[in-house]
Structures are given as C-alpha cells and as structure tokens.
Design a protein around this ligand. Structure first.
Ligand code: 13P
Length: 249
C-alpha cells in the first residue's frame, strides 16, 4: 500500500518571520497521521525551518539541488549542504526551473542523481505545456522527461524517489486538471515504470500538482494512481495546506 504524501512548495515567497510562522502554524494544526507531509522552502530559510520541524512528522525539503557535488559553481547549493541542514526531499525539474532557468532534461537527471547520492529523496517534476497538450504530445513529453532520468540513474533509482506530475498549464493559473485528466497521466507514468520494473511502479508515490486547493483536493486524491499533491499557492496558508493534507483518503 502506498502512503500518501502532501508537499508544499513555497517557491520564492515569504520572509524569515512569515516562514517561521507558517511552519509553526502547520505543526500546531497537524492532526491525525494520515499521510507523509513536507514543505520545500527557500534555501536561506532551511536552517531555521529544519530546526522548527526537528523531531516532528513535518519533513523539510529544498526546491532545487546542484547537479554537481562541489566546486566552482557560483550560486549553486550542493546535496551534501542540504543534507547537513536536515533536508529530506529536494524538488528537481520544476517547470519554473525548466522554463526560466534553462534546466534541461539532462541537468534535471544530474540533479536527481546528486540528491540520491546524499540520501535526499528527489521529487522529480514533469509535465506538459498547454500547447504540447493541445498537440496531443502529453505522453511524448512525459516519456522524454522520464527517459532522461532512467537513462542516467537507472530504473532502480525510482525505488527511492517521488514523481510529481504538474501540467504546466495548471500551475498558478487556477486551471486544475480534471480528476480524470490527472488520473490518465498518472496511470501513464505508472505504466511506463511498470514496463521496466513492476515493484518500483507499484511503490512509487506519484503526486499531482497544479492549482490544488482545499475544494478540489479530495476528488484528485481519490483517483487510484494519485498518491497526494505538490501544492504551491495554497501551501502558503497553514489552514488551507492542512485542509488539503486532510483530504487524503
Ligand atoms: P500552484 O499550486 O500554485 O498552482 O503551484 C503548483 C506548483 O508548481 C507546485 O510545485
């Protein structure tokens, strides 16, 4: 049985004090242990947030990780550094990184490997743009994005990773994929993995992301291949993030 997982992606939001208040607010409201839960915070907030959530069920993650282990890579943060500050997860290949900062499939695959080298669970983000969907290329795009990581890391690496399907057209737009659209993509991803390794496919958590809100989370999370969510905007408010968390079945 796969355990659900709900992850907040705070993106580039907040101040030192608002981040601290948000983490504390989530902890205070965290009721029944219905799922795994984590927040991916801006790098500079990591030490403080990691300290606040220490010894609680709330995990902490980064929003990216360097594709190299160390060295002259100005502006990057290595997996070893993240590990030292208590990071459990790192997002890799978020569409905002791919779109605005030129992260290619190959760079994303290298980031994925670096995270795993340090025992950090990569959350691999994949998904198609609106024009790709309109051209019926959704499955081709997902396949290419997955192939790059499988080719570098091997299918076995997905035994200790999370996938987040985030259709680009649904991110921050208020346009959520319907339950069926999301399920169809998740099924495709699981079948892709199953063709290479049945056990990996059965055990991996595949999250949906893109305008998940308290009022649409339940329907999405009820779909058989959706194991939770990667939440942007709605994770910036403790109450709405917890409502989404409590929507897992
Ligand atoms: P929104 O929930 O704000 O659409 O963002 C989704 C996302 O990009 C999470 O990584």
């Amino acid at each position: 049985m796969r355990r659900p997982l709900v992850v907040g992606n705070w993106k580039m939001n907040g101040t030192r004090s608002s981040a601290e208040a948000l983490a504390k607010g989530i902890l205070v409201g965290l009721g029944d242990d219905v799922a795994d839960i984590a927040v991916c915070v801006p790098y500079v907030f990591l030490p403080e947030i990691a300290q606040i959530v220490n010894n609680t069920r709330l995990g902490v993650g980064a929003q990216n990780v360097a594709d190299k282990p160390s060295g002259a890579f100005t502006g990057e943060v290595s997996a070893a550094m993240l590990k030292e500050f208590g990071c459990k997860y790192a997002l890799v290949g978020h569409s905002e990184r791919r779109t605005y900062y030129g992260d290619t499939d190959q760079i994303v695959a290298a980031r994925f490997c670096q995270a795993q080298e340090q025992g950090i669970i990569p959350i691999l983000c994949i998904g198609e743009t609106l024009s790709e969907r309109e051209q019926d290329k959704t499955f081709d795009v997902i396949t290419t994005q997955l192939d790059a990581v499988v080719n570098l890391a091997g299918i076995g690496a997905f035994g200790n990773a999370v996938i987040a399907y985030e259709p680009v057209w649904a991110i921050g737009t208020g346009l959520t994929a319907t339950d069926d659209q999301a399920q169809e993509a998740h099924r495709f991803i699981r079948n892709y993995l199953a063709a290479k390794d049945q056990t990996v496919a059965e055990n991996i958590q595949i999250l949906y992301g893109g305008s998940v809100k308290p009022d649409n989370a339940k329907g999405l999370f009820a779909m058989p291949d959706i194991d939770g969510g990667l939440i942007g905007g709605a994770s910036l408010d403790a109450e709405s993030f917890l409502k989404i968390y409590n929507s897992v079945n």
